[in-house]
Design a protein around this ligand. Structure first.
Ligand SMILES: Nc1ncnc2c1ncn2[C@@H]1O[C@H](COP(=O)(O)OP(=O)(O)OP(=O)(O)O)[C@@H](O)[C@H]1O
Length: 240
C-alpha cells in the first residue's frame, strides 16, 4: 500500500489530504485549477517541504527521505527534457547522474516499449508534443521508480494523440508494475485511466472511489462545477 497524509499552508491556501492506494495501481487526482493537485505530487516526491507528512510505502515511512531515495519519480507538466541532449542521452541521464554504468538491456527494453528508436539521435526540440511526452516518460521509467507521479501529462495533446497515450500509459503501468498517480483537470482521462479516483477541491479530497462509484454518488458530495464538466464530456452521464 501507498498511504499519504499531508498538510501544507501556503499564502492562504490550505492543503489537507489523506488517501491510500494499492500497489500497483493507477490513480487519478481530478480537480479544478488551483485545487492543490501539483502541490500534492511535489510533496510526495520530496520536492516541497510539507507542514506535516506521513508517506508510507510498503509500511516504510519515506516522508523524511531525500527525493532520490524514495523510488518516486515526478514528471512535471513542462517535461523538463534537456534541450542540449539527444533523446538517447536524455533517456540514460539517470545512470550518468548516479554515476552507474548504463543497464543496456533495461534501456533497450524501454526504447522498445516507448517506441522512440526512430528519433534516438534527435534533440527534443525537433519532436512533436506526443513524441516529447514519450521520451519524458521513458526517461522517468529509466530511473526505475516504483511510484510514478504524472502532472497533467496529456494536457497539451490533441484528442487522437491523447487516446493513444492513454492506452500506452495503461500498458506501461502493467509492464513495469507501477503505482501511478496522475493529476489532471480533464475528466475524460479519469474515465479512461482511473482504477481509483480522487477529486480534490480547494485543498480537500471531496471524493475517493472508483469511477462507477463517482457516477452513483454524482448528485452529492462534490461541486456543481465538477458535475458540469463531467456532464459535458460524457453524453450519457445521467444513465450511469
Ligand atoms: N510555491 C508556492 N508559493 C505560494 N503559493 C503556491 C505555491 N505553489 C502553489 N501555490 C498555491 O497553492 C494552490 C494550489 O496550487 P497547485 O499548483 O497545487 O494547484 P493545481 O491543482 O495543480 O492547479 P492547476 O490545475 O492550475 O495546475 C494555488 O492557490 C497556488 O497559487
Amino acid at each position: 500500500m501507498l498511504s499519504v497524509k499531508l498538510r501544507k499552508s501556503l499564502s492562504g491556501f490550505n492543503l489537507d489530504v489523506n488517501f491510500t492506494v494499492s500497489i500497483p495501481s493507477y490513480s487519478l487526482i481530478l480537480g479544478p485549477s488551483g485545487a492543490g493537485k501539483s502541490l500534492t505530487l511535489k510533496i510526495i516526491a520530496g520536492l516541497m517541504r510539507p507542514d506535516m507528512a506521513s508517506i508510507q510505502w510498503r509500511d516504510k515511512e519515506i516522508a523524511f527521505l531525500p527525493p532520490e531515495k524514495r523510488e518516486v519519480v515526478y514528471l512535471p507538466q513542462t517535461l523538463a527534457l534537456f534541450p542540449h541532449k539527444t533523446v538517447y542521452q536524455n533517456i540514460i541521464y539517470t545512470f550518468k547522474a548516479r554515476h552507474i554504468s548504463v543497464d543496456k538491456r533495461y534501456v533497450t527494453e524501454i526504447i522498445d516499449k516507448f517506441q522512440v528508436t526512430p528519433f534516438l539521435n534527435r534533440y527534443p526540440s525537433s519532436l512533436s508534443g506526443g513524441e516529447q511526452q514519450r521520451v519524458a516518460l521513458a526517461r522517468a521509467i529509466a530511473a526505475r521508480p516504483k511510484v510514478l507521479l504524472l502532472d497533467e501529462p496529456l494536457a497539451s495533446l490533441d484528442f487522437h494523440l491523447k487516446m493513444n497515450l492513454i492506452d500506452f500509459l495503461k500498458r506501461i503501468k502493467k509492464a513495469f508494475s507501477l503505482t501511478i498517480i496522475h493529476v489532471t483537470h480533464d475528466p475524460i482521462e479519469a474515465f479512461k485511466l482511473a482504477e481509483n479516483l480522487f477529486i480534490l477541491e480547494k485543498g480537500k479530497l471531496t471524493f475517493q472511489g472508483t469511477v462507477k462509484e463517482l457516477f452513483m454518488t454524482a448528485s452529492s458530495g462534490f461541486s456543481a462545477e465538477v458535475v458540469r464538466q463531467l456532464k459535458s464530456l460524457i453524453p450519457n452521464f445521467s444513465n450511469y
